[in-house]
Write a protein that binds this ligand. Structure first.
Ligand code: HEM
Length: 418
């Protein structure tokens, strides 16, 4: 769906894909996210003390954690948020238990086109894939094919094969052993039925599942890392969110609440939306081709020209937003008195999920997952940045691949006993 340039093909695919993301399906997936978040909390608790989560934990002393100058344990939480996002999408879509969080390792099964089975590192597979393919995406189709032949033995090519083999494993296993309880994959017409005698061909299922494994994990881990970075950088905002969550949620729903409960906490949504404004996860200019001569912002663009606008240039425009570089969730609250004249600008110009017929189809799923994870992390721990990495003007280092990926997030997490 995401790859097709034909409008009618896209619309057709989008119609059957939209069943997957209905409110009913998303609600049904909540327990799978909540279960993973319980494990995330246990893993973070172990890491906050410098301990391994298991013998297989790949984030030991030096690589994954160390002491800061005050003797506190600091650790890089980014891979843990990424392992959560992989575990969660695998559970929701293919009923697959990756179990990365309890193993402290992102080694997951892959099935090669030769039929061989092995394990690959999920994070390196996807990040190596996007790091390799995105520069090639600027080439014409002919040059792209030539470049892929020239670089077929390069590490990037190997990563592309690894990621494809992860998807092949998930789809093959899921078709061979369907789960007892429906998952998101259950909405894909795989076998002929009376209503749909011609099911979706396997190649197409593989393509859509590739998008799901990519879109469902990387934007989510990027958003989680950014939100936690902002909350750690703005301790008063973090405290305020924690207080609001404590008073909004009954004790038995803390720290892992339901999305239904969290939807009634506007400040949590404001935190997520402000984090999207400050650091949109998909920040490269999404390309669109003009079908006829068009005037945009006073410029006449002929037909057949590829145009795009990187989101963060809009999100940080001083003509639209006061103090655009600052993380101020209050600006999103209609009843707060901060920058009330700019509310319509937030609505009109902040679009982390894009707009129109190709806007993100997983938006509601993403808000569900992000809300549950961020609320739980803030209720359970007090977060502060490791200044030696993120202090002063250093901020958070971003690697531009397909998404604007935070490289690492070094934090101290203090377990809260309430
Ligand atoms: C915070 C998380 C997310 C962000 C910021 C995000 C953002 C985006 C953006 C900007 C697009 C491109 C739209 C365009 O070309 O105009 C997109 C497309 C898409 N996203 Fe997401 N996304 C997120 C999470 C998800 C999740 C969780 C899934 C599914 C599990 C998902 C599935 C998709 C799909 C399938 C498309 C292609 C839609 C189409 O071509 O019609 N996304 N997303």
């Amino acid at each position: 769906m995401a790859q097709t340039t034909s409008r009618s093909d896209h619309a057709k695919k989008r119609r059957w894909m939209s069943n997957i993301f209905s409110a009913k399906e998303i609600t049904a997936m909540e327990p799978r996210v909540q279960e993973r978040v319980e494990v995330l909390l246990r893993s973070v608790k172990a890491k906050s003390r410098g301990g391994p989560v298991a013998e297989t934990d790949e984030y030991g002393f030096g690589k994954g954690w160390r002491h800061d100058k005050n003797g506190r344990v600091v650790f890089d939480v980014r891979p843990w948020l990424n392992m959560l996002s992989y575990d969660a999408i695998a559970a929701m879509f293919w009923s697959e238990t990756y179990g990365c969080l309890e193993r402290g390792s992102d080694l997951v099964p892959a099935l090669r086109s030769t039929g061989n089975r092995d394990n690959v590192h999920a994070m390196a597979s996807f990040h190596g894939t996007t790091g390799f393919l995105i520069p090639l995406a600027h080439l014409t189709a002919e040059w792209d094919a030539i470049a892929k032949r020239i670089f077929r033995y390069a590490k990037g090519s190997q990563r592309v094969d690894d990621f494809g083999s992860m998807v092949r494993y998930l789809v093959t296993r899921r078709i061979e052993s369907p789960p007892k309880t429906p998952d998101l994959f259950s909405s894909i017409p795989v076998t002929p039925t009376e209503k749909r005698p011609y099911p979706v061909p396997l190649a197409e299922i593989m393509a859509e599942c590739t998008t799901m494994l990519d879109a469902g994990n990387d934007t989510t881990q990027t958003s989680l890392t950014n939100a936690l970075y902002h909350l750690s950088d703005y301790p008063r905002t973090q405290d305020k969110l924690r207080e609001i969550l404590r008073s909004a949620l009954p004790a038995e729903s803390r720290p892992v609440a339901s999305y239904q409960q969290l939807q009634h906490v506007p400040y949590l949504r404001a935190v997520l939306d402000e984090s999207f404004r400050c650091r949109p996860p998909v920040n490269f200019g999404l390309p669109r081709k003009t079908v006829e001569a068009t005037t945009i912002a006073g410029h006449t663009i002929p037909a057949g020209v590829t145009i795009s606008s990187p989101l963060s240039s809009l999100h940080h425009d001083r003509r639209l937003f006061s103090e655009p570089q600052k993380f101020i969730p209050e600006r999103w609250l209609p009843d707060a008195d901060i920058y009330p004249d700019e509310h319509h600008n937030l609505k009109d110009f902040v679009h982390p999920f894009s707009l129109g017929g190709r806007a993100c189809i997983g938006r509601n799923l993403a808000y569900m997952e992000l809300s549950i994870v961020i609320a739980a992390l803030i209720l359970e721990f007090e977060w502060s940045l490791d200044d030696s990495v993120h202090g002063g003007d250093k901020g958070i280092e971003i690697i531009e691949r397909l998404n604007s990926n935070p490289k690492e997030l070094w934090v101290h997490a203090r377990l809260l006993v309430v």
